[in-house]
Design a protein around this ligand. Structure first.
Ligand SMILES: C[S@@+](CC[C@H](N)C(=O)[O-])C[C@H]1O[C@@H](n2cnc3c(N)ncnc32)[C@H](O)[C@@H]1O
Length: 388
């Protein structure tokens, strides 16, 4: 651990070596005083990270598929980019990446002049291999404005939770050597998930990705309108010309902005599954139709990361309607998409696929509907506003 410290008000930052080894690190003769990852963190975190040797007993992450699913190549005006090395099916693990550096996120040099020194002090703390990979990353900030590690962090870092639950307001960004090569797109073909227990980030495909297709990441809130997205991306010093931004006319921009706004406010605009499931006043296809509409908008805007909750609502709607063939179609889609990113959800749906009637409300609406029809046929005036 470092004895160099920097103060910011009541915050005390120090450099911490995370003794994690990525493959090949040991053979390179990495010494005890350098690490694969160097972190600039607050004092309470140092204690927590070292408590019970948490950092030293980190779980092994899943292996990046070998041979790799991706390669890095020239992406024209975007610099380097990440591309699919082969056809990758939806829900597949593309890569696992460990950070080479962790830094505080609010890296505003005016409010914290010392951060410049502190960031550069990270360089000698990382092993030669990690250092090489760190310094090879893109940096869109001139050296006179931001020293090198700060510029690299501003260009590449994204948010990570080091311990759960977070212990302070301070947020942290990780600099990852492979995932940093993914360029931004306002439609998405991948999702990433940071796993504090293995100290690694996992990237999954959200849809089938063809060999040679560029693999993207999302740098900002992609549900914002086009002009707002471009304004947010200005800090990365480019104007997004992805297919969802480079639209032919103002009408197309409005159509896209309206679709994204509808998806953002979906849960306030449409009846949700839970209240619908027990509300016999609503038509049986209410949630199915609204979710199919959402999936149409997801496809139009390429926002594949948003599919799962709508697919799940459709599958469960068919479950309460007791429609086994349709339930199977949609539950299988949920399992495929969740097997990597959300294994618990995938396992839950797999269990229901093995035995659909084990879903606790299986066919509930169908039974209620039959009962209602019978009572109506007998001339009984049924009050449908009361949940059954
Ligand atoms: C995290 S890096 C991505 C990898 C980078 N292109 C490289 O050469 O390593 C972020 C930088 O890549 C470029 N970039 C990313 N997405 C882009 C896009 N959609 N259009 C243009 N440039 C982009 C910008 O220069 C941005 O600051």
């Amino acid at each position: 651990m470092s004895d160099v410290q920097w103060f910011s008000g009541s915050q005390r930052f120090t450099i911490l070596d995370a003794p994690i080894f990525d493959s090949g690190e040991e053979e390179l003769g990495c010494s005890a005083s350098t690490s694969a990852c160097a972190m600039l963190v607050e004092e309470p975190l140092v204690e927590l990270l070292f408590r019970d040797d948490q950092l030293l007993r980190m779980r092994t992450p899943p292996q990046t598929p070998d041979p790799p699913n991706f390669y890095v190549a020239d992406a024209g005006t975007k610099g380097a980019g990440m591309f699919a090395a082969r056809d990758i099916p939806a829900g597949a693990l593309i890569l696992v990446d460990r950070p080479v550096a962790i830094v505080p996120s609010d890296i505003n040099p005016e409010s914290c002049a010392w951060k410049r020194d502190a960031f550069d002090a990270l360089i000698p703390r990382v092993s030669s291999r990690s250092r090489e990979r760190l310094l090879a990353l893109a940096n869109v900030h001139p050296l006179e404005d931001n020293p090198v590690v700060e510029g690299i962090a501003l260009t590449n870092a994204f948010g990570v939770d080091l311990v759960l639950p977070p212990v302070s307001e301070q947020e942290y960004g990780g600099i990852f050597p492979d995932i940093s090569r993914a360029n931004h797109c306002c439609g998405l073909n991948t999702a990433i998930k940071w796993d504090p227990e293995t100290f690694s980030v996992w990237m999954y495909s959200l849809r089938d990705v063809r060999a040679g297709e560029e693999i993207h990441n999302q740098y900002i809130d992609v549900l914002a309108p086009r002009d707002e997205r471009r304004a947010q991306l200005a800090r990365y010093k480019f104007t997004c010309m992805c297919p969802h931004c480079d639209l032919p006319d103002a009408e197309a921009v409005t159509r896209s902005d309206v679709a994204r706004a509808e998806l953002r406010h979906w849960r306030n605009l449409y009846t949700r599954f839970e209240p619908w499931a027990e509300d016999m006043c609503r038509a049986d296809d209410t949630v199915i139709n609204s979710s199919l509409r959402a999936l149409g908008l997801v496809e139009q805007e390429g926002l594949w990361g948003m599919q799962v909750p709508f697919m799940e609502d459709i599958a469960l709607s068919y479950a309460v309607l007791g429609d086994e063939p349709q339930f199977r179609v949609w539950a299988e889609k949920v399992v495929i998409l969740c097997r990597g990113q959300d294994p618990k959800r995938a396992a839950k749906f797999s269990r229901w696929l093995e035995d659909p009637k084990s879903y606790k409300r299986w066919g509930w609406r169908a039974k209620q509907r039959a009962l209602l029809d019978k009572q109506r046929a007998r001339g009984v005036d049924v009050d449908m506003s009361v949940p059954w």
